[in-house]
Design a binder for this molecule. Sequence first.
Ligand code: TRP
Length: 330
Amino acid sequence: MKKRILTGITTTGTPHIGNYLGAIKPSLNLATENPESFFFLADYHALIKNKDSQNIKESVKNVALAWLSSGLDTDRSYFYRQSDIKEVTELSWILSTITAKGLMNRAHAYKAATAENKSDEDKGINMGLFSYPILMATDILIFNSTHVPVGADQLQHLEMTRDIAQRFNHLYKSIFNIPEAIIQEDGKVVPGLDGKKMSKSYNNIIPLLSDEKTLKKSIAKIVTNSLEPGQPKDTDNCTVFNLFSHFASNEEQEEFKAAYKEGISWGDAKNKLFEAVNSELSPIRERFNELSKDNNLVNDLLDAGAKKVKPLAQDMLGEVRELVGISKIG
Ligand code: TRP
């Protein structure tokens, strides 16, 4: 079977460096060798946490531009908006009827949300959050993806996707490929300003498409310890070093390590990080500024993308409907 790569980014808020390192960059690298690449904007997923329609639209546009500015070639890949493929919602429902509730109870995202609640476990938790992994499984299975590049935090969702696919195949017929996750950077999670996983929900992001000044300001906000200049510093568990490692060669990392040992000041360390990040991001920023001038570009590309993928989704859904008995009565 041909390799088919698929990944999505949830369209809540501003695209950030975590999206870029965790999804965009590795996926585009893979796409150079694999013409069968599917990249999409997960706006159904975004509704779970975001009730601001304007913000959703804005985010769809910016995440799309982030992909395009980073080099996505729409002639050589499938690029679309999840909600344009309405077949996704129908398949998601069908898959929810074969998914054990117990499996969803174990989802980290749901468990983390209930753990924060005290007397009422389910306070503020909507059904979208609870069944999030089923929707994600649908995204992957509807196009029979074989490989899914994701951040380490998404591994459990991939396991669940495999479970759901196997269950359907077992109950009806083997039609779903069992997909594999591709995890970047030895499973390292991209840290945000406070050292936790970079995420809109934690309010700790470094934006991908900001101007130089804003980028510098964001980097200045990274939390460090209170060691003084001249005091040797540890690169393990250091957010500044960790981020640097994503943008620098091994040699540059060794040099930076040596500087840590010699007691580089946090100010200087952050400047070095800024330079590394900025040199990679400035061409992307330039392309973004260029592409943003064309107001119709994103809509046009997404319309064309929807046209390209819809028939594939319809084929898969048609087969599933037939298998489960939602089809013409013979
Ligand atoms: N859950 C992913 C995230 O938040 C986004 C996503 C939705 C996704 N559907 C997907 C990723 C399918 C890969 C495949 O990062």
